[in-house]
Design a protein around this ligand. Structure first.
Ligand SMILES: [Zn+2]
Ligand SMILES: [Zn+2]
Length: 154
């Protein structure tokens, strides 16, 4: 990942790169946070490209979980283009797994705890069920949820 980082820093001097606990993009300070990873970690460069994707698309605010999912999709699209231009390949299965993690999470948040009806988000922290009228609060959503490794069904 070190080589990739050097290239990205040279290509995008307006982005600040900083080591940290997890890969993330911080729009307020224009920082891409990266986790220092061993050279044989194949996923780390993909994560880095994804965060740079958010940075280049200037993603900052989102008002709903669904919108967050669309930002994730577009950040991966950008990451794929970047990867191509730098002679990297991102495994499409990895991208799908990451997006599936978001979709599962979105599904859980939007399912009514009373009647399990699929419901609508009314603001960034609240969902309302149009079937039974239940309202419930959710934690604030955030970009770039850590990738959860899913056991692949055989
Ligand atoms: Zn309900
Ligand atoms: Zn992301």
């Amino acid at each position: 990942m070190e080589k990739l980082l050097i290239k990205l820093k040279a290509s995008y001097p307006f982005i600040n790169f900083k080591p940290g606990a997890t890969f993330s993009w911080s729009p307020k300070t224009n920082h891409v946070i990266y986790k220092i990873s061993p050279d044989d970690d194949v996923v780390a460069p993909w994560s880095l490209l994804h965060e740079v994707g958010h940075a280049l698309l200037e993603h900052n605010d989102y008002s709903s979980d669904f919108q967050l999912l669309t930002l994730e999709v577009s950040a991966w699209e950008k990451a794929k283009q970047l990867a191509e231009s730098l002679n990297y390949t991102i495994d499409p299965d990895h991208i799908q797994d990451c997006l599936d993690t978001y979709r599962d999470w979105l599904y859980q948040r939007s399912t009514c705890p009373t009647c399990t009806n699929c419901s609508l988000q009314t603001n960034s922290r609240t969902y309302a069920c149009f079937n039974c009228g239940t309202n419930w609060n959710v934690s604030s959503s955030r970009m770039c949820r850590p990738y959860r490794k899913l056991a692949k069904a055989i």
